[in-house]
Design a protein around this ligand. Structure first.
Ligand SMILES: Nc1ncnc2c1ncn2[C@@H]1O[C@H](COP(=O)(O)OP(=O)(O)OP(=O)(O)O)[C@@H](O)[C@H]1O
Ligand SMILES: [Mg+2]
Length: 320
């Protein structure tokens, strides 16, 4: 069998609403192999959900190609839908409110995937045990809490034992114990069934724990695609100096940006972040510039955020 489960080539997607254009994907090429968990990281609005929805055949790209299990997502959508598992970001509206969780799962497995009742029941029990959901199976969907609905959606995505699974922020609104169960299950599932999983998350530690590979996306473009260790070693090495206040004159900003050791400056609503390898080394020079210009601002040292670190690594490819 082909080792590649998911392949996208130069995917583009632009949303057009109310005379406005949002270029959600700007040429995304990505592969996921069987037996591999790939985490898709990126800030809000990066394009993660858009990509996952295209792969799950819920959205059509403007340009580019995507194949899932060898099937084209545009021309063979019905075949793709048969072989994938999908856990979407919006769990609230994803089942029949007047059926119980078990009835919903049975209905989904039998009506859409033609699985026998016995097999479906067995699988429901197995999944419920794995996620600690046993005593919620006979609750009406409408009566489940947000996290329970989310757990249900994850169970549903796995009930047919799909070889290719897309999960959009599976750990969102899960308590730490359930989130940890889900992570464990995802990892084991990929191994046991030689399945390919593409999982979006905002949690770098989660990505590190479950993934063979992490992909960082921002403004519709891939910034990084590699091993979690590689990402981590980079991010851990990046520190930031935060200058609070948004009334810093251009001249001072320029002087600060040119201090040796300052790799990048990122302007925010609250002030300026200076990204550097060693904040302690750089800090005295920053304070000197401020002092020489008669400026007193709250200053603190922190860890660069994931996005900041990646912007530095690959250059800030912001769309102007
Ligand atoms: N239906 C839509 N109509 C118009 N714009 C949209 C629509 N859906 C998404 N967008 C825009 O497309 C961009 C990408 O959105 P997307 O939902 O893919 O991001 P995301 O990475 O999943 O973000 P989050 O982490 O918040 O879930 C955003 O700028 C968003 O505002
Ligand atoms: Mg999203």
């Amino acid at each position: 069998m082909n080792a590649v489960a998911v392949e996208t080539e130069e995917l583009y997607k632009t949303y057009r609403t109310g005379g406005k254009e949002v270029r959600a994907l700007r040429g995304v090429s990505l592969n996921v192999n069987y037996g591999e968990v790939v985490s898709l990281l990126g800030p809000n609005g990066a394009g993660k959900t858009t990509l996952v929805k295209i792969l799950a055949t819920l959205l059509i790209p403007d340009k580019g190609q995507a194949r899932v299990g060898g099937y084209d997502v545009i021309t063979q959508g019905h075949k793709v839908r048969k072989i994938i598992g999908y856990a979407g970001q919006d769990s609230e509206r994803s089942a029949y409110f007047r059926l119980t969780a078990r009835e919903n799962l049975l209905f989904f497995a039998r009506a859409f995937h033609g699985i026998s009742k016995d097999e479906a029941n067995e699988r429901i029990i197995e999944l419920a045990a794995a996620f600690g959901f046993e005593n919620k199976l006979d609750s009406y969907f409408i009566a489940l809490s947000g996290g329970e609905k989310q757990t249900f959606v994850i169970m549903r995505s796995l009930i047919t034992k799909p070889k290719i699974v897309f999960m959009d922020e599976p750990s969102k609104s899960l308590d730490p114990v359930t989130a940890s169960r889900v992570r464990k299950y995802i990892k084991e599932y990929a191994k046991k069934f030689n399945a390919a999983l593409l999982v979006t998350t905002h949690n770098m530690l989660e990505a590190e724990e479950i993934s063979n590979r992490v992909v960082m996306i921002n403004k519709g473009k891939i910034l990084f695609n590699g091993a979690p260790e590689e990402m981590k070693s980079f991010v851990v090495r990046s520190e930031s100096i935060e200058l609070l206040g948004n009334n810093v004159e251009e001249g001072i900003k320029i002087q600060i940006a040119h201090i040796p050791g300052v790799i990048n400056t990122i302007e925010k609503d609250s002030g300026i972040s200076l990204i550097c390898k060693d904040a302690y080394e750089v800090l005295p020079s920053v304070l000197n510039v401020l002092k020489n210009n008669g400026k007193k601002l709250p200053v603190s040292i922190g860890r660069a955020t994931l996005e900041e670190a990646f912007k530095v690594m690959v250059g800030d490819d912001t769309e102007k």
